[in-house]
Design a protein around this ligand. Structure first.
Ligand code: 8YV
Length: 299
């Protein structure tokens, strides 16, 4: 926010908090800066006749109505690439945490339960079968890490990637039936909504784990809660949820899940890199220079 305030007149979310101020400022607002979860619907754009560009500090931009932006010839930019390592690191961390029960082990020691004997045995990660849903840059970073764990790696995506050295499955369900860990790292939005449904979870099976570092919308959350409660899958590591920051009590009460608050890219270094790139896109636009990272639809 600081570099933006130095360079621009910044109205900080007044469209949500101050209708009068927004009504006064709206005719002059030339750009929107938001995050990966920001909602920028057509209706908001309709109130901004001077809008020239939308800069998203995030790789995901599923909250932005890109079709509406394109109709207005308003480019949308995002921050791909700079967060691949962090998101991949957290996906691996969630896999290890849920399979080896690290949060539960911490509590086991802290609460003195160890005095009563050892924890029950957990599930091995190294050498297990990894299924990646979405083999983009982050998915490939996850696969790179998984190779160091001697995992067998397969994936599903909209299209097979000829250069990818991993087995391809045409559907998430087919992939799930051959995976011990199913990791979701697809974009959010209508195209992937509830891609992981009851059938995919059944295919993953009672020894399978679901890891979601994509968007909550990619999973039928009710079906996931049901599958976890009934033991249809072994557990889940979740960084994203259907209605953030609200997480169903049923999920929060479960012992076979690890829950994190949408923090996959939330390190000082990575968020600084994302902020720098998001600001650089704004500066490029207003300097009539080429945008650094337009979303694919705007290429
Ligand atoms: C952040 C994200 O939550 O990049 C994304 O799509 O979901 C995360 O990196 C957010 O974008 C930060 O603004």
């Amino acid at each position: 926010m600081a570099p933006l305030q130095l360079a621009y007149t910044v109205h900080d979310r007044i469209h949500e908090t101050d209708a009068a101020a927004f009504s006064q400022a709206a005719p002059r607002i030339r750009a929107i800066a938001g995050g990966g979860e920001s909602r920028v619907p057509r209706a908001l754009m309709d109130q901004l006749p001077a809008l020239e560009m939308i800069s998203v500090m995030g790789v995901g931009y599923d909250g932005v109505d890109v079709t509406a932006a394109l109709e207005r010839r308003v480019p949308v930019t995002h921050t791909p690439g700079v967060l691949n390592e962090d998101v991949a690191d957290l996906a691996i961390g969630l896999m290890l945490s849920v399979a080896r029960r690290i949060p539960q082990a911490d509590q086991y020691v802290r609460t003195g339960q160890w005095l009563n004997g050892p924890m029950p045995l957990a599930c091995k990660v190294s050498g297990a079968r990894l299924g990646i849903v979405g083999l983009g840059r982050i998915g490939q970073a996850i696969a790179d890490r998984a190779r160091a764990f001697n995992m067998s790696i397969a994936y599903t995506a909209r299209h097979q990637k000829p250069d990818a050295p991993y087995r391809y499955y045409a559907s998430a369900q087919a992939l799930a039936s051959e995976a011990d860990f199913l990791v979701l790292v697809t974009p959010g939005g209508a195209g992937t909504r509830e891609l992981v449904n009851a059938g995919v979870l059944k295919a993953l099976g009672p020894k399978g784990y679901l890891i979601n570092v994509a968007r909550g919308s990619v999973v039928d959350q009710s079906a996931l809660v049901d599958a976890l409660q009934k033991g249809l899958i072994a557990g889940a590591g979740l960084d994203v949820f259907e209605d953030e920051p609200n997480v169903p009590a049923a999920l929060r009460a479960m012992d076979n899940v690890v829950l994190t608050p949408h923090m996959a890219s939330a390190t000082l270094q990575t968020r600084q890199a994302m902020a720098d790139l998001a600001a650089a896109n704004l500066h490029a636009h207003f300097a009539s220079q080429p945008l650094l990272s337009p979303v694919p639809e705007c290429h």
